[in-house]
Design a protein around this ligand. Sequence first.
Ligand SMILES: [Zn+2]
Length: 429
Amino acid sequence: MPDRGVDLRSRNVGDFALAWPDQPAGSDYIAERLLSCLLTTMSPTSKLLVDIHTHVYLPRYAALLRSRAGAATVPFIRTSTTSEGLAEDRLLILDHEPSGGRPVGPQYWDREEKLKFMDKHSIDISVVSTANPWLDFLPASQAHTLAAELNDDLEQYCSTGPSVSSSTQIKRLYGFGLLPLVPEITTSVLLDIVNQISALPHLRGLIMGTRGIGNGLDDGALEPVWAAIEKAGLVVFLHPHYGVDSSAWGDKDNGHVLPLALGFPFETTTAATRLILSGVFDKFPNLRLLLAHSGGALPALSSRLASCIDHDPVVASRLKHDARYYLGKLYLDAVAYGPEELGFVSDVISRSASYASGASASKVPNRSTGSKRMLFGTDHPFFPPLSVTDKWKSVTENLDAIASVQGWSEGDRDGVRGGNALALFNLQG
Ligand SMILES: [Zn+2]
């Protein structure tokens, strides 16, 4: 695991040899870490590791999935028997779910398991969200009731959990609430739930799929909801579930690779692009939208998007700014698994101001500027290691990537690991 400074929970000087067992007592390394510790004490939140992409199926939701074990359509959890004759719970959430679903256990719903995972990877704070497919498959009345209940459950999950340290009020768990975004839901219900979430102190945003109330997120019917979310200062975590047409994946069994590696990020790409094209960011300039998986393909395609807009008479004069400007309105998780990808994404974000209408700003990319909108995530409990390991590769790869981006300062790296999240979610002691 890369160096990220001193863990608050091992701040006692006597713990130093334990915290860095490979270093001899009295070495320069320990002296350096002691200095870092003192600096950290002066600014106790500057080195926190914050995971903003981490999921849960709360017990109430898991019970619903179990109750659907015999359902004809996903999602559901069903118990099957392994080749060794053992009972195993398997989760099926995707249409045409590959490999008979995935095995699930307490790490999907038990808070203690979340905290153990956080401890194992030195994660100080997690901003937890219900995993897909949320409430998408439910009728409106049931989705409404369950959204309200699950939001209360998640507040309880966070508020009754531990604090980061005895010297701060900052908790280790915060959450993204749920809206009952399903067809036939009324605007007033959606606004009520936005109000509910904004009144729950440990919920700092809401997670949202891409279907809206049936017509996608560029649906004009959602404008009052965007307005309410913007006014409440909630962060919208835009997360995929449906991927793209599975016929694109062919006949070979490639497990979950194609839908997860390509389908999910492309779904996010399409949803975010439709939002840009709808003018949502012109109408609601203070809307804070966090894209999963580093924005999918949008950073790589944003200049092509801008060119296509410029050459299309239907949309050429619709937006206030060049399409590339709007990428600077977004926040992106740093769940890209490679330093080159993170560096590229931060370049693309950094140039956004130069594409504001009438701007004369330099188009020279500045990775430091772009890093301010990127935030560490794990996607836990998904992507568990296939064999027993101490730490999860899906976590260490992302931390290593953050530590290795060319052109990011240590301050930039600390920001991506946690400082940016503390600011975005207003997490203060
Ligand atoms: Zn996820």
